[in-house]
Every structure is written in structure tokens, then in C-alpha cells.
Design a protein around this ligand. Structure first.
Ligand SMILES: C[S@@+](CC[C@H](N)C(=O)[O-])C[C@H]1O[C@@H](n2cnc3c(N)ncnc32)[C@H](O)[C@@H]1O
Length: 263
């Protein structure tokens, strides 16, 4: 991490899905020296705790639908602190370039001629797949992965449904409070109600929960606490889950712990 001499620099940093060990080394290094950290609601406490003790921490996240700051206000703050010569972090859950409005922020920084750098993070879909222990591209049943959300303001039919083949794994971010609406949209657009899906809530965090269903059951299923993500497609089949259950990695971790091996 290099410190510019005169003007500051903004780092758009991915905080990963929650567990602090899932931060990149580079993210941890920059967090330890940044003077200002603007963070989203999804950034976990243990990750924030890695910031410099004297850093100015600013919560710019949305909570329960209430926006704390507008995107313009966030852009202005980034520019303001960078112009004071500070190292500024824009800390976002998962990866900063996926569903995180980084496009607008980079444009504002470019316009203001502020130097910036992206530090990638582990996106929620990848954290959720790890929690559920499924391969998003298991070559026996999947040929492509679609990262998407239905919560876009850009209208109902922006998704290219024709591109969603039976061997597509769909990772749905921000499924909202009503899984039934998500299930209905998928089924209306030709995805079979029997298609397997997994709901992962709080992937990689202490509160992590995983539910194995299919689209028909999803419509009636209980809602899991936010943040949650849906993985839909043949890779999410329960049969594969049974297979995975018989090879629980914890068995091996416990073995390693009992032998005092570091893991
Ligand atoms: C505004 S999007 C930001 C995505 C983020 N930039 C990323 O790459 O993961 C927020 C959505 O990410 C998903 N998400 C983030 N963290 C999660 C986690 N630990 N477990 C499950 N879903 C998560 C949820 O669907 C949540 O509504």
C-alpha cells in the first residue's frame, strides 16, 4: 500500500461475506492504515474492528429501507476526505464491483481527478456456495452462473430469460422479504417449480443458516434473516447434499484440532 504524497487516495474495498478471515491480505493492510472508512450496513462488526483505532468510521449504509446518506452525499464525502490528503476506504460487503454502486463512485472520483484503487472481495454468492458446499459450476449439471437480482428499479423484464438454460446456476442477491415473489417470477418465466434451490442466510457468519428446497417449496417457506441469498439450479439438488453430508469437513478439522495441527 503506497501513501500518496499530496492528494489522498480512495480504496474501494470488498469486505467479503462477513467472516473477517475472508478479507484479502491487501484489504486488511489498507484497513489498518486508512484514516477514514465509509462503510455499508452489510459490513460485519469483526471486519470493522480491523480498522485503525483512530480511523474515522462513517456509517453510510441503508437500514430497514431507510437511506442514511444518498449516493451523491457518499460521493461528495469520498472526494472531500481525499482532497484533504487522506487515505479513504469505501468498504462494501462482498465484492465492491458487484451490486454495490461502485460504477457511480468510480465515475465521481474520475471526474474529481482523485486517485482510486479497487481491492476485490469474496462475493456473497461465493460465500453462500461455500456455506452450502455446492459447486456453482459442477460440470455434471451446470455450464454457467448468473449473478442477478430482481430488486432493480429498471422495470420487470430486464432479465434475458432465454439465456437461462436448465444447466444455469442462478445466484439471486437481495431476494427481499417475499421469497414467494421471487419463486413466482422464476416459474412465470419458464423455470420448473421442481428446480432445486438453496437459501443461505448470513453466509460465513456465526448466524449462518442453510435451507434446501425447490422453487415450489420456496414460495411457502419461512423467511430467513437478512442478508440472505438464493442459489437456484441443478447444483442445489438435495441428493448432492446427502452425498456432501457424508463427507463433512468438520470431521477432518476436529481430527486436526485433536492432533494440535494448525489449520
Ligand atoms: C447490495 S447487495 C451487495 C452485494 C455485495 N457487493 C457482494 O458482492 O456480495 C446485498 C446482498 O448481498 C447478499 N449478501 C451479502 N452478504 C451476505 C451474506 N453474508 N450471506 C448471504 N447473503 C449475503 C444479500 O442477498 C444482500 O441482500
Amino acid at each position: 500500500v503506497s501513501r500518496p504524497l499530496q492528494s489522498g487516495k480512495v480504496y474501494l474495498v470488498g469486505a467479503g461475506p462477513g467472516h473477517p478471515d475472508l478479507l484479502t491480505l491487501k484489504a486488511a493492510k489498507v484497513l489498518a492504515l486508512a484514516e477514514v472508512v465509509l462503510f455499508d450496513a452489510l459490513v460485519s462488526g469483526p471486519v470493522l474492528a480491523m480498522a485503525h483505532p483512530e480511523a474515522l468510521l462513517i456509517d453510510v449504509g441503508k437500514r430497514a429501507g431507510r437511506k442514511l446518506l444518498t449516493q451523491d452525499e457518499i460521493n461528495r464525502l469520498l472526494i472531500h476526505y481525499a482532497r484533504q490528503g487522506k487515505i479513504v476506504i469505501r468498504l462494501k460487503g462482498g465484492d465492491p464491483l458487484l451490486f454495490g454502486r461502485a460504477g457511480e463512485e468510480m465515475e465521481a472520483l474520475r471526474d474529481a481527478r482523485i486517485e482510486f484503487e479497487i481491492i476485490p472481495g469474496i462475493t456473497a454468492a461465493v460465500g453462500a456456495a461455500a456455506a452450502a458446499r455446492i459447486s456453482l459450476t459442477d460440470r455434471r449439471v451446470a455450464s454457467q452462473v448468473l449473478f442477478t437480482t430482481f430488486s432493480r428499479e429498471s422495470g420487470e423484464n430486464w432479465l434475458n430469460w432465454a439465456a437461462i438454460t436448465p444447466d444455469t446456476t442462478i445466484a439471486i442477491y437481495m431476494p427481499g422479504a417475499h421469497y414467494s415473489q421471487v419463486a413466482a417470477r422464476l416459474v412465470e418465466n419458464g423455470i420448473a417449480p421442481g428446480t432445486p434451490c438453496v437459501v443461505v442466510s448470513n453466509a460465513t457468519r456465526a448466524e449462518e443458516q442453510v435451507r434446501w428446497l425447490n422453487l415450489a417449496a420456496l414460495a411457502e417457506g419461512e423467511r430467513l434473516p437478512a442478508p440472505s441469498l438464493l442459489l437456484v439450479g441443478r447444483v442445489a439438488a438435495k441428493k448432492a447434499e446427502h452425498w456432501r453430508e457424508s463427507f463433512r469437513p468438520e470431521m477432518f478439522l476436529r481430527d486436526a484440532e485433536s492432533k494440535n495441527l494448525s489449520i
